[in-house]
Design a protein around this ligand. Structure first.
Ligand SMILES: NC(=O)c1ncn([C@@H]2O[C@H](COP(=O)(O)O)[C@@H](O)[C@H]2O)c1NC=O
Length: 508
């Protein structure tokens, strides 16, 4: 493919670091360089000759730098069509020199917003000239090479070296695509900043980090993860996380976040907890979580909110599991756990931020606030004659937390520190309860004195009737059914206690 030699360049960058090799290369190739204030100074310090953009435009940088490159001599030099006779003669008539390469690094808008800067500082970080240079050069990719971020210097250097100081049309089109990636990402953040109150109903999401996954939910489905796992986790061992691992890891970190300040352990399969427990040590919490369903734990995703020590590691080592997440691992625990090379060990460095959830659906997307509501004892309204004891209230809080993170319809049976069993993703609440009862019994739990949580209200008294036969002593549910009173009346008849929270936790 034909190579177009670069003879002139305009460089205007916010961060000057890492520009040195490019300057050296352009200098070596005798490229004429135009530049703006701070960048010009930096380039001159590298010993290269530079023409100030002011000398090209005949204007100084004005309005505190708001206008410096915005001039027909600059934009004309980038945008005129090199093969169009009319454009060529106009360029000559207006003495507009060609600009073959544009290098820009934009004002750091995103970074400034994240720093908590005042509005005026943020507004001044909306780059106008730079973004216009990027768009102009990308539009004229047939003739112009655009480098729209300092992340791309390495690629430019490599291609210039390989092509004897020029670029091919394919190179320029590639860089143009990257330029629009940069400009659209930049504008997405500006829009979201201006639309913080969501007055304008529009969904703008931009994520530059794409990681190809081995496959999607199934091997015949291609998949990518868009995000920055490294910000959240350090991976200490094991193969790459799969699509399904990521989905479970997401569910696991959301669940364990409910147990701040306690020692908790959860085992998840296909997004649902099959074991959750609290203990005085990680080992104890793990053993209790495992006990809830020793079958489903096989191949599961494990999570705790405390440092994994050797004693806990030795217990877990016997289990085949996919992922273990913890805030830290003792060295001797790692020695044990690393005994299986595919086992993924993640150190969770921080909690997951963000308040929104987005899904594709039909021919569009649905977006909602994350379910960040968690009920405490203070949220309980006792609706039965008998009130739960303090111990039962603690157990109801525990059951409600697990319930919130389980697929609907769900019923959770537990005591205060151990999930006995849950019915998950059932089409009826009665089915969910029956599944929970059968499972709890299959793993040897006695339900006498246990508590029950339901993610949504009971439309009929059937669930409390079944639960009471098993000895369930206290119930937590959101309430809100027109037949609430039937369930309450039944509880009163048999001496069960019930609290309502007013908050439903459907999870589809
Ligand atoms: N106003 C303009 O005409 C203009 N032209 C280029 N810039 C930006 O100015 C910065 C470089 O400025 P300096 O070289 O003075 O450090 C770059 O981030 C570039 O994107 C401008 N600044 C903001 O819009």
């Amino acid at each position: 493919m034909a190579v177009k030699k670069i003879q002139s360049a305009l460089i205007s960058v916010f961060y000057k670091d890492n520009l040195e090799p490019i300057i050296a290369l352009l200098k070596e190739q005798g490229v004429k360089i135009y530049s703006t204030g701070g960048t010009q100074k930096f380039i001159e310090e590298q010993g290269a000759e530079v023409t100030a953009v002011e000398d090209l435009t005949g204007y100084p940088s004005i309005f505190g730098g708001r206008v410096k490159t915005l001039h027909p001599k600059v934009f004309g030099g980038i945008l005129y069509r090199r093969e169009d006779q009319g454009d060529l003669s106009q360029a000559e008539e207006f003495e507009i020199p060609a600009i073959d390469l544009v290098i820009v690094d934009l004002y750091p808008f995103e970074e400034t917003v994240a720093s908590g800067a005042a509005e005026q500082d943020i507004i001044e970080k909306i780059d106008i000239g730079g973004i216009s240079l990027i768009r102009a050069a990308a539009k004229n990719f047939k003739d112009v090479t655009i480098i729209a971020s300092r992340d791309q210097y390495g690629e430019l250097e490599e291609r210039l070296k390989n092509n004897g100081g020029g670029t091919t049309l394919a190179d320029r089109k590639y860089f143009a695509a990257k330029a629009f990636q940069v400009s659209s990402h930049y504008d997405t953040h500006i829009f979201n900043y201006f639309n913080q109150n969501e007055e304008i109903p529009a969904l703008k999401v931009s994520e530059n980090n794409a990681k190809a996954l081995r496959y999607g939910e199934n091997p015949h489905q291609k998949a990518h993860f868009y995000g920055n796992m490294e910000d959240l986790f350090d991976q200490l061992n094991g193969k790459e996380l799969s699509y399904n691992n990521l989905v479970d890891v997401d569910a696991a970190v959301a669940l364990i976040a409910e147990f701040e300040g306690e020692t908790a352990f959860a085992i998840l399969k296909h997004n649902n907890a099959c074991g959750v427990a609290k203990g005085s040590t990680v080992k104890e919490a793990y053993l209790k979580a495992f006990e809830a369903d020793t079958l489903s734990a096989f191949g599961g995703v494990l999570i705790t909110n405390q440092t994994v020590d050797k004693a806990a590691a030795e217990e877990m080592h016997g289990l085949f599991f996919e992922v273990l997440i913890a805030p830290a691992f003792d060295e001797d625990a790692l020695d044990v756990l690393k005994g299986k090379k595919n086992r993924i060990l993640l150190v969770q460095k921080t909690t997951v931020g963000g308040t929104k959830q987005i899904k594709t659906l039909l021919n569009g997307y649905i977006e909602q606030d994350k379910d960040l509501a968690t009920e405490t004892k203070a949220d309980f309204e006792v609706v039965t004659k008998v009130a739960p004891t303090e111990e039962q209230k603690d157990a109801l809080v525990f059951a409600a937390k697990v319930c919130k993170h389980t697929k609907s319809n769900t019923i959770v049976l537990s005591n205060g520190d151990q999930l006995f069993a849950s019915g998950v993703g059932q089409t009826s609440r009665v089915d969910a309860l029956r599944q929970a009862i059968d499972k709890a019994k299959a793993f040897g739990f006695k339900l006498e004195g246990s508590v029950m949580a339901s993610d949504a209200f009971f439309p009929f008294p059937d669930c409390v009737e079944i639960a009471s036969k098993e000895g369930v002593a206290a119930v937590v549910q959101p309430g809100g059914s027109i037949k609430d009173k039937d369930s309450v009346a039944f509880c009163d008849k048999v001496g069960m206690s019930m609290v309502m929270t007013g908050t439903r936790h459907f999870k589809h």
